[in-house]
Write a protein that binds this ligand. Sequence first.
Ligand code: G6P
Length: 367
Amino acid sequence: SDAQKGGFKHFMLKEILEEPDVIVEALRGRIKNGEIEIPELDFDKNYFKNINQVYFVACGTAYHAGLVGKYLVEKYLNIPAQAEVASEFRYRNPVIDERTLVFVVSQSGETADTLAALRLAKEKKAKTIGIVNVVGSSVAREVDKVVYIHAGPEIAVASTKAYVAQVEVITLSILHLAKIIDKLNEANEKLFVEEFQKLEGFAREILENKEEIASFVSTTKNIEETFFIGRNLDYALSLEGALKLKEIAYVHAEGYPAGELKHGPLALITPNSLVIAIDTFTPLSDKTISNIKEVKARGGKVLAIAKKDNTRIKEVADSVFYIPNVLDDLTPIITVIPLQLFAYYMADARGLDIDKPRNLAKSVTVE
Ligand code: G6P
């Protein structure tokens, strides 16, 4: 109802604006005396010694959160990791056993494919961790350990605040596990603790500048096709940015690894193309900037999302939306916000039914 929308035009906008609070809630009780701790994940070190692979299984936006997890598991646990959509995982013969740890990510905890993937993982004796929003949902009840994201009810079909909380909780969980196996040193932990605490303010700062996104959208609202590009965590984000735009604005969008552009999509770039280049992962920024130049050379228009301290980006992109100087490994938690706003304003400019996009459902409980 209108009352529940709290005066906002759409639930989606209301939920995006709740993100700074969601960031705080997901962190609550998980940093104590300057230390990261997820009490729900009380594995012992000996158990962990045997873990030889990690999977993230999920659908839609939750899958994109899992993809962030894959990069961070490789980096901080040094264990082979994969993220896979549940509808594929469940119908392969995933080679997993009791030495496999499977993260099952789901806002609703009721998605049919995700639940089936979880049951398959358990049948094969894998250890399972649920990253779930809805308390007491099927996934939450069936996993070995559940870590709730505490994002509050999400009404809009397209997931926004749940992604923010999923990525945050997955990141905290991985760092917690890294501590168990002595792979996170004190200095690094201290750095993370400080940087986690900045995220709420960073998110508020981005939201204060949301009109910049709205005005950019007003110049491109008739666009028919877009590419979202990025590398590493920015690649995971590019998939989520593209998904949001497809879901609610009905604009064809493709998320692509920036380095893979030249192996195909570059053939489609013309002066009518819009490329959203995500360049927040500092170690690979120069590489992404080279890819932006390739797009510009074909006449494509580029909107970049970059950190404030990125001094080179304004020379290559047509427009830049700046985000605060977030720690590289935490960038998805806040960089997704301008991507969500971009899709939101694009859908609004087109007069679409934002909270209930055609053909889609909030919770897909049948296959
Ligand atoms: C549907 C929703 C998406 C969501 C996906 C997974 O497709 O429209 O927003 O990301 O299901 O849902 P879950 O509840 O498992 O996270």
